[in-house]
Ligand binder design. Structure first.
Ligand SMILES: Nc1ncnc2c1ncn2[C@@H]1O[C@H](COP(=O)(O)OP(=O)(O)OP(=O)(O)O)[C@@H](O)[C@H]1O
Length: 260
């Protein structure tokens, strides 16, 4: 086992607010984590540190063996695949879907003067195929539906063959069909031993793909519980996380939750 992410006593402060409080966490290369927690719990902040896009105010974050603060974050960022709404907003709407995926090889969002070879094109096409988007390669990104965009974003995050894949709410805004298609693609990705470690932020237990191994429950910047899904994702822990009685049910590796 190789550790791809290590947080020790990580704190983030903004103004008088402590957004993350003493977070210690370890992610192994074969792990697939889901992070759950109410609005404002600090999930995106945690992911921003894991993506080397934010520094802790206190504590140590080690990403792919590199200690944040002691390393060139530009080099590190290329090794981490990130899919987030903030990143998607920077994609030029007139760019073709294939270019949206391919430009991730250079860490840019729009095609300019970079040189791509057959390998890049083949990889972009293979990723589009894996996410059921092969027929959309020449379409403008701005013309895609929300669900199609989400799948392209995950394909794009995988383009540079990252050692760590971070997905911030990949199923947000999708209808039932779109969500299920995305979850199926993520199930396949999670089950492939060649896939990188995955950390996915979501609001709903219904959006946990089959095959995800670990869960972190976050509330007000603190870890309520973290560990293997079977032991950690419980009605009791969800109740503590959301501050209301929650009843969890599950079958076939999928979950649902409601107020008890
Ligand atoms: N730059 C900042 N300055 C001050 N407060 C901030 C800043 N960035 C985030 N916060 C606050 O930190 C808290 C955690 O934000 P974060 O976006 O990490 O939460 P989240 O769990 O991802 O929330 P959501 O589920 O609503 O997306 C929020 O209360 C937010 O308002």
């Amino acid at each position: 086992m190789t550790e791809v992410l290590g947080f020790e006593g990580v704190r983030v402060r903004r103004d008088d607010n402590e957004i993350l409080r003493d977070v210690s966490w370890s992610v192994a290369d074969s792990d697939r984590w889901v992070i759950l927690g109410p609005n404002g719990a600090g999930k995106t902040t945690l992911l921003s540190i894991a993506a080397a896009r934010m520094f802790p105010s206190e504590g140590v974050a080690t990403i792919l063996g590199e200690r944040l603060g002691d390393t060139d974050t530009r080099e590190l960022r290329v090794r981490v695949g990130l899919s987030s709404a903030a990143l998607a907003d920077r994609i030029p709407p007139h760019e073709t879907v294939r270019n949206v995926v391919m430009t991730a090889a250079y860490g840019v969002t729009g095609r300019w003067q970079e040189q791509y070879d057959d390998f890049d094109e083949d990889r972009a096409d293979a990723l589009l195929w894996a996410f059921g988007m092969e027929d959309f390669a020449q379409r403008e990104f701005g013309t895609l539906s929300e669900g199609e965009r989400k799948r392209v974003q995950v394909a794009r995050a995988l383009m540079p063959d990252p050692e760590l894949l971070l997905l911030d709410e990949p199923a947000a805004g999708l209808d039932l069909g779109g969500r299920e298609e995305l979850l199926e693609a993520l199930r396949e990705l999670a089950g492939d031993h060649r896939s990188p470690a995955i950390v996915m932020v979501t609001h709903h237990v219904e959006e946990i793909p089959v095959g995800f191994t670990h869960v972190m429950l976050l509330r007000e910047g603190q870890i309520v519980a973290a560990g293997p899904v079977a032991e950690t994702l419980t009605s009791e822990n969800l109740t503590a996380t959301y501050g209301m009685p929650v009843e969890l049910s599950g079958s076939g590796g999928r979950y649902s939750a409601r107020r008890a």
